[in-house]
Design a binder for this molecule. Sequence first.
Ligand code: AP5
Ligand code: MG
Length: 225
Amino acid sequence: MRLVLLGLPGAGKGTQGDRLSQKYSVPHISTGSIIRAAIDAGSEIGIEANKYISKGFLIPDELAIDIVEQRLLQPDCNGGWILDGFPRTVQQAIHLDAKLEKSRMAIEYAIDIRISEDEAIKRIAERRICSECGSTYHLTYYRAKGRGVCDNCGGRLYQRSDDNEMTAKERLRVYLKQTHPVIHYYAQRGKLYSVNGERAIDEVFADIETYVLKQARKNVTGEKL
Ligand code: AP5
Ligand code: MG
């Protein structure tokens, strides 16, 4: 499985990426999570990236490309991966394709999880994340059973610093301007599958899974994609 998850901030890329990763045992690579870990660690990359992420802007392409290239070199990526939050510009998509074609590991498909902008803001404003295991919750849609505590590991739940209203609106604006063209990039190459993300998490997952399994069968039987 080598797939890319696209969609507005809050669309459910992380939620669906985690589920796919657990079920199909391939790493879920979220550039946003890698960058936030670098910021928390106070590394050079983290300090540089925080200048952009804190304002809702994209980090420079070279930096994002470097982060993903390093991650894809890890041995756990040999059997496939799920990319979440990358590519986010056409430039990143072109670079990734060129790199993967050399290693004969081309992207199989891109899944665009579609939600409205209003829904994106609702999801971002009420998202909470576990400080220990990274599990994601929502104060209305997907509540943790304990107050402010993770169901899986008991870790403290926190709100991402870029999940405030002003930064979230900027992230939506940036997405529409810089990332939306990436959807056309994959559509033109016959690799795009769009799902309605405004359904229950399980329903969205079932839709994605049906598509993924159908593609896998086509690959095995040699049927035309
Ligand atoms: P990133 O971390 O990727 O953030 P994002 O794209 O804004 O997406 P989110 O993580 O906010 O949303 P999501 O789609 O993962 O939704 P989730 O599953 O959590 O990037 C952050 C920043 O890093 C960027 O702004 C940029 O600065 C930088 N960056 C990252 N990659 C970069 C790159 N390649 N180039 C340059 N810069 C880069 O779900 C959201 C909420 O909704 C949760 O509470 C969840 O429980 C709930 N939910 C999910 N699905 C459903 C559902 N079906 N129904 C109801 N609730 C749901
Ligand atoms: Mg995410």
